[in-house]
Design a protein around this ligand. Structure first.
Ligand SMILES: *Cc1c(COP(=O)(O)O)cnc(C)c1O
Length: 400
């Protein structure tokens, strides 16, 4: 009898040959600036826990308290009896934090993007998406059945040319605010200018910027465009050290989305411990301590960048705490990552399809909880392995 899973063996073999096999990368401790892995303590440069709040004792306690008061799980979707007081409390806190009329929360950023975009546009409409947008945005665009128009990365001129040529009824522009693979920022004021000239909606994904820019509220606030962006989305799973996501905007928009996002209607509500942790993290991020954490992260990032350059590499660095050192091919990137781990550093290789072919890279994120000594050691070691890997010039391709 033929083996119906034979295609799985073939796919696994082929991916392994091309160094593109993906598997879980395990740690044996809580998330933090250093982690336990394989019986060793490694300096951790893989984490999105940028303010080192995931293991903060106050955030942990808030999660435990929320479980005590509200239960481990919500028990149902928000529309069918799973709407608990802590969800409403979190939504009020998010709206206040973001300076919007209202907010709603999702179990994850993936849920948010795959729910919001199809709720806003459909057949006969068009969605304009930056070529380096996160996969959850790409999937949201695909699910929407709107015409998908991919514009050149962070290029308002290219975006405007494409908007000029469309005949779509409704137009939505969607972009990350901080791009996680290159660490650069979207030109939000110019994107809003273009949107206003063409009557388009703007949606910004602040997953990597929430907690860090604009006093924590995000890059829309930092760049002064919060009032011009109709849909401000972000997550609790990165700098806020928890889990889940939000969208903030006008009350009428939120009322509309509550009933229209399939990924909101047809899923169990965000778990109470995640809500409790997010509430506490927002409180910390908005306090003077949050300001101090952001200042520390900024000075850490500046030091790391100058040390990488001193070590002879040219990181893709665009003024954030995220660094990419292009190595070229997937196997070279994997070998570089293994050598760093042997040196006590946890730095992952990022390969296609997450990044374009030929741009496999080492990605390092600096966190507030790192020590200066840890960062200096990491930058020197990354510089040394990257130089040996002899990177090819990056090739980029438009298309999602
Ligand atoms: C991580 C991320 C998401 C997904 O958020 P999760 O809460 O992890 O599902 C969405 N958008 C961007 C830009 C991200 O970086």
């Amino acid at each position: 009898m033929a083996d119906p899973l034979q295609f799985v063996d073939e796919a696994l073999r082929e991916l392994a040959e091309r160094s593109l096999l993906r598997a879980n990368v395990s740690i044996d401790s809580p998330q933090g600036p250093q982690v336990e892995r394989g019986g060793r303590t490694l300096v951790n440069l893989t984490s999105n826990d940028y303010l080192s709040l995931a293991a903060d004792p106050r955030v942990r306690r808030a999660a435990a308290d929320a479980a005590e008061r509200h239960g481990a799980g919500a028990g149902a979707s928000r529309l069918l009896g799973g709407d608990l007081p802590i969800h409403r409390e979190l939504e009020v806190a998010v709206a206040e934090f973001k300076g919007t009329e209202a907010a709603m929360v999702f179990p994850s950023g993936y849920h948010a993007n795959t729910g919001i975009i199809p709720a806003l546009v459909g057949e006969g409409d068009a969605v304009f998406s930056d070529e380096l947008n996160h996969a959850s945005i790409i999937d949201g665009c695909r699910l929407s059945h709107a015409e998908r128009v991919v514009y050149r990365h962070a290029d308002p001129g290219d975006l405007e040319g494409r908007l000029r040529r469309t005949r779509a009824r409704r137009k939505l522009i969607v972009t990350d605010s901080l791009f996680s693979m290159d660490g650069d920022l979207a030109p939000l004021p110019e994107i809003c200018d273009v949107a206003e000239r063409h009557g388009a909606l703007v949606m910004v994904d602040e997953a990597h910027a929430t907690g860090l820019y604009g006093e924590g509220a995000g890059l829309c606030t930092e760049q002064g465009v919060a009032e011009r962006v109709q849909v401000q989305m972000g997550t609790f799973g990165k700098a806020l050290g928890s889990s889940g996501a939000y969208v903030a905007g006008e009350a009428r928009l939120i009322r509309f989305l509550v009933g229209r996002c399939r990924s909101y209607v047809f899923t169990t509500a965000l778990a109470p411990p995640a809500c409790g942790a997010a509430l506490e993290a927002i409180r910390i991020v908005r306090s003077p301590e949050g300001q101090a954490l952001r200042a520390r992260l900024r000075s850490h990032a500046a030091l790391f960048e100058s040390d990488l350059e001193r070590a002879g590499t040219r990181p893709i660095a665009a003024g954030s705490h995220l660094f990419a050192v292009i190595v070229g091919e997937p196997d070279a990137a994997m070998r570089a990552s293994e050598r760093l781990e042997a040196n006590g550093l946890f730095v992952r290789a990022v390969r296609p399809p997450t990044v374009p072919p030929g741009t496999s890279r080492l990605r390092a994120s600096v966190c507030a909880g790192h020590s200066i000594e840890q960062l200096r050691r990491a930058a020197a070691a990354i510089g040394a392995v990257a130089l040996e890997a002899e990177p090819e010039p990056p090739r980029r391709k438009v298309g999602a």
